[in-house]
Design a protein around this ligand. Structure first.
Ligand SMILES: NC(=O)c1ccc[n+]([C@@H]2O[C@H](COP(=O)([O-])OP(=O)(O)OC[C@H]3O[C@@H](n4cnc5c(N)ncnc54)[C@H](OP(=O)(O)O)[C@@H]3O)[C@@H](O)[C@H]2O)c1
Length: 299
């Protein structure tokens, strides 16, 4: 089959078709989306013939041998830590969800890592009704889902972006306030969903309410955070920072998010879409902060 492989750039190659384990379905990929992590750190992943890629949507061509998961012909959105950027993907049936006809496969393919991370991080913040929640990197893939999902939980969402242009569409998604970096935030917040790390994490922490919590989701700035826990006037009494990582399996959370898409209650925020031979262009746009939300590639 044809696949995108690293050499260490993104190029096409021909690799053997994947051989599913008994609990895996074989899926013909229709679309996949790019995530910051798999693009920014891809050189760490170079092995001969390795097919990267986390998120993909497509059609089941062979159901799992153990009888789990959907039958051949089902439209599905899938997650795994490799293998998405190819014509065929073998995927554990616990890591997929069925996509109804009303939902475009490319739209569903924009869900997995960004959508599930946002969903799980918002849940970990606890009850949000009436609480002020800051989302940093709100213009990006995780950020645009987090704004919507936190607003759905009743939070007053503050979206932090790098420039006014990057804020486009965020109010329509549920942001009540927009700030240009947490350093410009007035007052305090109960929760932070931090996608940027570094100085933004530091500044967000200094603005926590007494029992507030930061979910340290990402580190798009690729810099370390330095925090002075005794800085006068900034201390929240018991505010804490939690290291967040998505937990697998994704299947149930993907089904929930697909349901929201189908009901028109969630928007996948596709900011870049094109054929998969433009993967390099899409990856460059993502890292250059030129994509509002998700980049999706169609096969
Ligand atoms: N822990 C987990 O389980 C998990 C899961 C998913 C993602 N992540 C991490 O979460 C972060 C966000 O992921 P994503 O997919 O939403 O990425 P993304 O779509 O590229 O969005 C990242 C956002 O961060 C902001 N940003 C600020 N400074 C930046 C810089 N120096 N370089 C790049 N972006 C910068 C950008 O907003 P402005 O342009 O408006 O400044 C951008 O929209 C990444 O670090 C990713 O690895 C972690």
């Amino acid at each position: 089959m044809r696949a995108l492989i690293h050499d260490p750039d993104l190029t096409f190659g021909v690799v053997p078709d994947p051989v599913p384990t008994p609990s895996q379905a074989l899926v013909r990929v229709a679309s996949f989306s790019l995530n910051f992590g798999e693009v920014a750190y891809r050189s760490a992943d170079v092995r001969p013939g390795h097919v990267p890629g986390w998120d993909a949507a497509g059609v089941v061509v062979r159901a799992a041998a153990d009888g789990s998961g959907p039958a051949a012909g089902a439209r599905v959105v899938t997650f795994g830590w490799s293998g998405a950027w190819a014509e065929l993907r073998a995927v554990d049936t616990a890591e997929l969800a069925v996509v109804p006809e009303a939902v475009d496969l490319g739209t569903a393919g924009a869900l997995p890592v960004a959508g599930v991370a946002a969903l799980q991080a918002v849940r970990r913040l606890g009850p949000l009704t009436g609480r002020r929640v800051l989302v940093t990197g709100a213009s990006g893939g995780v950020g645009r889902y987090a704004v919507q999902l936190a607003a759905r939980e009743g939070a007053r969402v503050v979206a932090s972006v790098g420039s006014p242009a990057r804020a486009e569409g965020l109010r329509e998604l549920g942001a009540a306030e927009i700030v240009r970096g947490p350093e410009n935030l007035e007052g305090r917040v109960y929760g932070v969903l931090d996608n940027v790390g570094g100085r933004q994490l530091t500044q967000a922490f200094y603005r926590l309410e007494d029992d507030g919590v930061v979910m340290a989701v990402g580190r798009a700035a690729r810099e370390a955070a330095v925090i002075d826990f005794e800085l006068a006037g900034t201390r929240s009494a018991r505010g804490r920072i939690e290291n967040f990582n998505v937990t697998t399996p994704f299947g149930d959370d993907l089904a929930h998010l697909v349901g929201l898409l189908a009901a028109g209650e969630l928007d996948a925020q596709i900011g870049w879409r094109g054929p998969w031979d433009k993967a390099k262009e899409a990856a460059e746009a993502l890292l250059a902060r030129r994509v509002a939300g998700k980049a999706v590639l169609d096969l």
